[in-house]
Write a protein that binds this ligand. Structure first.
Ligand SMILES: [Zn+2]
Ligand SMILES: [Zn+2]
Length: 255
């Protein structure tokens, strides 16, 4: 929660102005700051049905605040803001990604997925800004100190996206019109920001995109707040406050 407070302050956002909290799934790296954040804001907490069930069990104080949706459906949490949802292949029953639609612009949060399903690039087609998981370098992970079961989990089809997979996905997105790519959910142990950046940079450059001109590329480091992303309507901003807090859209409640 301290980290969220600092990140919000760095982005000049008043916590009282938050209108909703989107949760991708119930893993603790995504919800440890949720009880305090929910208490401070009083806003609804949106989650898929399976995630909402898990959250209700974990955090009784959310009773009455949870707004559950079926993964794959859309809803309108604030005037003129549509939130599209899609299921993500992750090792939890009902995790989702989000696409926020506001004033004709779309911004997507795509993290915590072991692979990119065939249908996903179509769903992301034309998204203006994407926060894309670039979790690990596969070689660093394999050579690193994680126990074998954890390495297998992360590398599996329901684990996390590697830098190489992020690079391929970034190219597909750029081909369909994406202009801003932020790499996030980086592992502290099995990745480095400069490595993640280089892999996706090379993939985009090989596909003929000029990074910085055709498409912007940034990395949300796990330990720092990044700048604020503003969609055209000034009243409803998409926040990004670092890779620790990147997994929902109005704000992600990490501690
Ligand atoms: Zn997870
Ligand atoms: Zn995660």
């Amino acid at each position: 929660m301290k980290r969220i407070r600092h990140a919000l302050a760095a982005c000049d956002v008043d916590i009282a102005g938050i209108e909703g909290i989107l949760i991708t799934h119930e893993h603790s790296d995504h919800v440890s700051g949720l009880p305090m954040l929910a208490a401070r804001t009083g806003t609804p907490v949106y989650a898929s049905e399976g995630t909402a069930r898990a959250l209700a069990g974990k955090i009784p104080a959310l009773a009455g605040r949870l707004r559950a949706f079926a993964a794959g459906t859309s809803f309108e949490p604030a005037e003129s803001c549509i939130v599209e949802t899609f299921p993500t292949p992750h090792d939890t029953p009902d995790s989702v990604g989000y696409i926020l639609r506001l004033d004709g612009l779309r911004a997507a949060v795509v993290t915590d997925l072991g692979h990119v399903p065939d249908w996903l690039p179509d769903r992301l087609s034309g998204v203006d800004t994407i926060l894309l998981e670039s979790n690990h370098d596969a070689e660093l992970l394999r050579a690193g100190g994680y126990p074998a079961f954890l390495k297998k989990r992360i590398l599996g089809q329901r684990g996390h996206l590697s830098n190489a997979a992020a690079g391929q996905t970034a190219v597909l997105c750029a081909r369909s019109g994406t202009r801003h790519i932020i790499l996030g959910h980086l592992s502290r142990e099995n990745n480095r920001p400069e490595l993640a950046y280089q892999v996706t940079y090379d993939a985009l450059a090989s596909a003929g995109f000029r990074v910085g001109a055709d498409v912007t590329l940034e990395v949300a480091a796990p330990w720092a707040a990044t700048s604020r992303v503003t969609m055209r309507n000034e009243e409803l901003d998409m926040m990004r406050v670092g890779a620790q807090v990147e997994n929902s859209s109005f704000l992600t409640p990490h501690s």
